[in-house]
Design a protein around this ligand. Structure first.
Ligand SMILES: [Zn+2]
Length: 542
């Protein structure tokens, strides 16, 4: 089905009418003469086989792509990065749209700017510093970094009145597949294997532009929820990188490596990852990583090759690990060792690595992760929704000194990219299964979503707390809501974990730049993003 003509295209008035914070003081923004315009651009992604049983689907998917006459994923070497409206032009998965002159800008509203200085005035500052101090006062941002916290004299280029709000470090989503927003709702109430069937069938039909839109949709969702950074595992990460730059969020993007006979990537996945890393190293918002799908899709040779690239390029690695019993038992049957034991034996584990899930762990495996300083991305909602069984042993990980961050996993298995929902579910899951209401207190849960998540990336000195000298990645959450009132200075943490919602986020600041203001995303036409995503979903599943 072709894209509908513009006049027929669905609009999203609900997005344009995002409720503001009625009683809240409006922004006071001073005119600036040196607006540093952010480059605009974007593009797309895909999915990777996550289970041996899915190999047949991969082959089928490749046939689908050929049958559809669609260009398969191109090597990065063929990729030309074009930042401009042509990126957003109308090309459907069935070829150029008749009205392809119709260029649909996904951006073009108020441009995001980098103020020389920004003052967050008069809020409750949840610093997340080493003493976990709560400060009633101001946060001054200068040149993308936090300049001071407390009582700030004087003004700034821009000021946000934070009375009645909490100022905290922006959330860091430690594991997701952001472009899978397009698959949201298409594989509910089924286990992982069934979910993957749906994902692969849809994935075979995705175009790069679809991935652009899906990733941008996810970035908008995260920013509006106070998330300032995320770890993504996928291929076509170059398309996700475009969305990251478009949205102005911080992306830690892991190009997925897996065995050549299990992927639809054109060319060698290891080389693709290496090219991606080389192209994106040193960027302000995009940090490239080497990704690995998991032990069910990666041989020892693949693990070694990926690690070589990461060491040579001095970047981190990210992978799935011990998500399901099937994965663990099958690997043990095949190799005689559980996944963590095997990865340790082949010399893969190390401080560069963060591993998502780690649900099916023995205490010895936890100790092995600790000894190798491997970090973990805990994804409680996804694990519960897919009925993976078992629970990531967080108390044991904490006891052994494993760094743990909180992640949402894919929008097809969650289905939201919502740090508030994830935090609450995380707290409740562990209390319920340990029969201990104190096992994971609210403060620790907030740590997992902020400073501890930064630690899983080795960036706890740069991100994850509101302290002078750190990057200015911040969220401002309104407490003046029916579900969050009353509040007290000594319960703000609990308030955020157990009562607050993503829609309470008034402002999100990334690297000193306001990306969400008064609850509205800045610099992106949100209604257009929603409209395009709905169109694509109609083509994929309609
Ligand atoms: Zn995942």
């Amino acid at each position: 089905m072709l894209l509908p003509e513009p006049s027929e295209r669905r609009t999203a008035p609900e997005a344009a009418e995002e409720p503001g914070v009625g009683r809240r003081p409006r922004w006071r923004q001073s005119p600036r003469s040196d607006d540093a315009r952010r480059p605009r651009k974007v593009r797309m992604l895909a999915h990777v086989p996550e289970h041996r049983q899915a190999r047949a689907h991969v082959a089928e998917r490749a046939r689908d792509v050929r049958d559809a006459g669609e260009a398969p994923p191109r090597d990065l070497a063929e990729e030309t990065f074009q930042f401009g409206p042509e990126v957003h032009g109308a090309t459907s998965r069935r070829g150029p749209h008749k009205g392809s002159a119709r260029a649909i800008p996904l951006c073009g509203l108020a441009r995001s700017t980098r103020p020389v200085s920004l003052l967050l005035r008069g809020g409750w500052v949840l610093t997340q510093n080493a003493r976990r101090e709560v400060v009633r006062g101001d946060v001054l941002v200068e040149d993308g970094r936090i300049a001071s916290v407390g009582d700030v004299k004087g003004g700034a280029d821009e000021t946000i009145d934070c009375a009645g709000s909490v100022v905290l470090p922006g959330f860091i989503n430690a594991h997701t597949h952001v472009a899978n927003t397009l698959l949201r709702g298409r594989a509910d109430d089924v286990p992982l294997e069934r979910m993957l069937e749906v994902a692969f069938a849809a994935d075979a039909k995705l175009t790069r532009r679809d991935v652009q839109v899906g990733a941008l949709l996810g970035c908008v969702e995260m920013l509006k929820a106070g998330t300032t950074g995320f770890v993504d595992l996928f291929y076509w990460e170059d398309e996700v990188a475009r969305a990251v730059r478009e949205a102005g969020i911080r992306g830690f993007l892991a190009w997925t490596v897996l065995d050549a006979d299990k992927t639809t990537q054109r060319g060698d996945p290891v080389k693709n990852a290496e090219q991606f890393v080389r192209k994106h190293k040193g960027q302000r918002l995009v940090t490239p990583l080497v990704g690995l799908q998991g032990v069910y899709a990666c041989s020892e040779e693949t693990y070694r090759a990926a690690k070589d690239v990461a060491e040579r390029e001095d970047v981190r690695m990210h992978t799935h690990l011990s998500e399901t019993r099937v994965e663990v038992y099958e690997h043990e049957r095949r190799t005689g060792m559980r996944p963590v034991e095997w990865l340790d034996a082949i010399g893969f584990l190390g401080p560069r690595l963060s591993a998502a899930h780690c649900v099916w762990m023995t205490i010895n495996e936890v100790r092995t992760l600790a000894r190798n300083r491997v970090a973990v991305a805990h994804c409680p909602v996804s694990n519960m929704k897919l009925a993976s069984g078992g629970v990531t042993p967080l108390p044991e990980m904490f006891r052994e000194g494993v760094a743990v961050g909180l992640g949402t996993d894919s929008p097809i298995s969650n289905n939201a990219l919502d740090p508030f929902g994830e935090m609450k579910a995380c707290a409740l899951l562990h209390k319920a299964t340990r029969w201990d209401a104190s096992v994971l207190p609210a403060q620790k849960v907030l740590d997992l979503a902020t400073i501890d998540a930064a630690r899983t990336l080795g960036l706890e000195r740069e991100l994850g707390s509101v302290e002078a000298g750190k990057r200015a990645d911040l969220a401002v959450v309104d407490l003046w809501r029916p579900h969050a009132t009353p509040f007290y200075s000594d319960t703000l943490c609990s308030q955020l974990v157990y009562a607050s919602r993503a829609a309470d986020v008034r402002a999100t600041i990334v690297d000193g730049v306001i990306r969400v203001g008064d609850g509205r995303v800045v610099g992106i036409d949100e209604a257009e993003v929603l409209s395009r995503a709905q169109e694509i979903a109609g083509e994929l599943f309609g």
